[in-house]
Design a protein around this ligand. Structure first.
Ligand code: C6P
Length: 424
């Protein structure tokens, strides 16, 4: 198959280590056979979205081809099949993150919607002018703006726990910020801009000691770290399907049953009700209370297939491979004059953010793109952390299970080219 775009076309898979795990994993992702501008695609923008294995593509297509019907509504066979598959996907998510029950797994559009849901449905009714919400200085806008909005609506204060020069959360300062008026702590599990892994166990411990619930933004962590909400004891966990090899438009809000039970619906309409009269409406049970309207059925089924894929490969094997990639890339770029890594936390995963003296990150991204190397450049929807480091943006390479040393070599060769062009 040939792509219509003049810059994309299909070619052979890069097979740098024939027979190795990464070689086998690469075969599962058809897009890796594409060329971009005549060069093999080197996809290092996995923090923005991951590529999809054939099994995920097939699961979505099979749904539309064989079992497409609406869920929870029909007595006919297709509707029952669709419902079974949709609910089976929910169970796969439950098992994957070790939630206590499927009533704690709410399907949403993605991390952004999950956080907005908690802001409006959990936080808003509980906040008043003397209260506060705590975030960190390295949050994505999706874990800042919903809290800013709810603070504006209620008069509450948004408190920001600082990060040090390495991009690590200052736990002492964080502990000082948590107080009697704190109604929620909302912190990223893995920073998309810096790659820092936050000390979530300690965060939960400190917050819970004062009875404060914790929401973790798992948009990045979900595909790179084993997530066990039972062991973490966090109160809410949000993630997006598309960052873990699943489709766009589907994501998950995990919430503890008691908290979700006590929350009003976020949106209202069909499927989330038990009975409706013009006088009053009785809401459905969890998790359906939070799933108004026809859900993204195919997306949920695709996410289920993505979880099957990750479980088959093993999250530990993925983490180990990505650790090796990050170490290899970090070592190589250290030799590039004028390159500064932004985010040097002791505990990091899969993300290499950097600046190059005298070169705008967008120029880095554009020049690399000419060689088929896809990275992200800019503020990564995390402008406050850029301000913290006194920069407008970074170039960011983000790794996944199908990336190779050869691809990192291509990145580094491209960066050397950038440097030469700008030194002329
Ligand atoms: N970060 C990136 O390139 P959505 O868009 O709802 O799927 O995810 C939002 C989001 C929330 N939190 C974190 C930590 C994230 O990294 C993201 C998405 C992408 O870094 C796109 S801006």
């Amino acid at each position: 198959m040939r792509m219509e775009s003049d810059v994309l076309q299909e070619t052979e898979v890069l097979t740098p280590h024939a027979g190795s795990d990464v070689d086998r994993w690469r075969q599962d992702f058809p897009i890796l056979r594409e060329t971009v501008r005549g060069k093999p695609l080197v996809y290092l923008d996995n923090a923005a979205t991951t590529q999809k294995p054939q099994s995920v593509i097939d699961a979505e297509a099979a749904f539309y081809r064989h079992t497409n019907a609406n869920v929870h509504r029909g007595v006919h066979a297709l509707s029952q099949l669709a419902t079974d598959q949709y609910e089976a996907a929910r169970e796969k998510v439950r098992r994957f993150i070790n939630a206590a029950g499927t009533q704690e797994i709410v399907f949403v559009r993605g991390t952004t919607e999950a956080i907005n849901l908690v802001a409006q449905s959990y936080a808003r009714p509980r906040l008043s002018a003397d209260d506060n919400i705590i975030v960190s200085a390295m949050e994505h806008h999706s874990n800042i703006v919903p809290w800013q909005m709810v603070c504006a609506q209620t008069g509450a204060e948004l408190r920001v726990a600082p990060v040090n020069d390495a991009g690590e959360l200052d736990l002492d300062m964080f502990a000082k910020l948590v107080g009697p008026g704190t109604k929620l702590v909302a912190i990223t599990h893995l920073s998309n801009a810096l790659g820092s892994i936050t000390p979530v166990a300690r965060i939960v411990e400190i917050a819970h000691a004062l009875g404060v619930p914790v929401l973790l933004d798992g948009a990045q962590a979900i595909a790179h770290l084993g997530v066990d909400v039972g062991a973490l004891d966090c109160d809410f966990y949000a993630f997006s399907g598309h960052k873990i090899f699943g489709p766009t438009g589907i994501g998950v809000l995990y919430g503890k049953t008691a908290l979700l039970d006590a929350m009003p619906p976020y949106q209202v309409g069909g499927d989330m009700i038990r009975s409706v009269t013009f006088g009053q409406t009785e809401y459905n049970d969890l998790p359906y209370k939070f799933e108004a309207g026809t859900p993204n059925i195919a997306g949920a089924i695709g996410l289920g297939a993505a979880i099957d894929y990750v479980s088959a490969v093993g999250i530990d094997a993925i983490a180990e491979h990505e650790r090796d990639l990050l170490d290899y890339a970090t070592g190589l770029v250290a030799g590039i004059k004028g390159l500064k890594i932004i985010g040097t936390a002791q505990h990091k995963a899969s993300i290499l953010s950097f600046t190059l003296d005298g070169v705008h990150p967008h120029d880095i991204g554009t020049i690399l793109d000419n060689d088929g190397v896809a990275i992200r450049a800019g503020h990564h929807c995390a402008m406050p952390v850029m301000q913290r480091f006194g920069i407008a943006g970074t170039a960011r390479a983000s790794f996944s299970l199908y990336n190779t040393h050869g691809e990192i070599d291509a990145l580094v060769a491209g960066l050397v080219k950038v440097q030469e062009m700008f030194q002329r």
